[in-house]
Design a protein around this ligand. Structure first.
Ligand code: ADP
Ligand code: ADP
Length: 233
């Protein structure tokens, strides 16, 4: 579903590469966990999947990234919207509408779906994420964990085959983080969504990851393996 072939990214030749020599295959329905200290290139790696790198970041991409067979260099992020959904650290940065249900509907606005399909997908996603009771609430009045679930929901209504999340719990308290991680676990299990997750709550997530990528230091090639082997190393 996701394939990296010798992928490197430089933003500025003087600074050296932000990401070096990544080879990676993530199969459909897998959860792939990305870890490493701040500044090693986690966001850059995720950006190559969503198409932000190279289209909107100023970075130069070497090698090839394909998602569901589409090359992210030749497809702009808009042309990947039905394949890749992206969620960041700060849910508030994500929102464009006022209420929970409007936000879920907005996520599929550009797809040209019939109104009854859109309504069904909003209902299905409210149920999936446990948000049905909050549907008419202004997003600004929700807790951090609820807001992050709405951000995930607004991406899920497009039915992306791949969900990319960049430290989605880093602004949340432990209980809210737990809400969000439980939702991700359910997505992989129930819907077969492929998930690429950068997350520092390693102990919580590693048990259900299929694959772990460790970015050891800026510009160093990543280590890729199964969770048990990576934890032992
Ligand atoms: P992480 O997500 O692991 O913190 P990043 O991918 O954000 O790492 O950053 C990796 C390196 O690339 C850092 O040195 C960062 O300063 C640099 N970088 C990231 N994005 C840009 C950008 N848009 N322009 C220039 N440099 C960037
Ligand atoms: P439509 O594509 O017309 O909205 P459905 O809502 O019935 O049709 O969805 C089609 C299939 O997608 C169903 O099997 C449903 O379980 C599944 N599905 C539901 N939510 C998601 C999701 N977030 N991502 C991918 N598939 C999903």
């Amino acid at each position: 579903m996701i394939r990296f072939d010798q992928v490197s990214v430089t933003y500025d030749d003087a600074a050296g590469p932000a990401l070096t020599g990544v080879d990676l295959t993530v199969d459909e329905g897998e959860l792939c966990l990305l870890v490493g200290p701040s500044g090693v290139g986690k966001s850059t790696l995720l950006g190559t999947v969503s198409g932000l790198v190279p289209h909107f970041s100023g970075g130069t991409l070497h090698g090839t990234v394909t998602v569901a067979g589409r090359d992210t260099r030749t497809h702009r992020p808009r042309e990947l919207a039905d394949v890749v959904g992206t969620v960041g650290q700060d849910p508030l940065a994500h929102f464009v509408t006022d209420t929970v249900e409007d936000e879920l509907a907005y996520g599929m606005e550009s797809l040209g779906l019939p109104p009854d399909t859109m309504r069904r997908r909003v209902e299905e996603t409210l149920d999936l994420l446990g948000l049905a009771a909050l549907r008419e609430r202004p997003i600004a009045t929700l807790s951090g964990g609820q807001q992050q679930r709405v951000a995930i929901g607004s991406v899920l209504t497009a039915h992306p085959r791949v969900l990319v999340l960049d430290e989605p719990t880093s602004a949340l308290d432990p209980a809210a983080a737990e809400e969000v991680l439980a939702v991700l676990q359910r997505l992989v299990h129930d819907l077969g969504t492929t998930v690429l997750l950068a997350e520092h709550r390693l102990e919580r997530v590693v048990q259900y990851a299929d694959q772990v990528i460790v970015l050891p230091a800026p510009g160093e090639a990543p280590l890729v393996g199964e969770p048990a082997a990576m934890m032992a190393a």
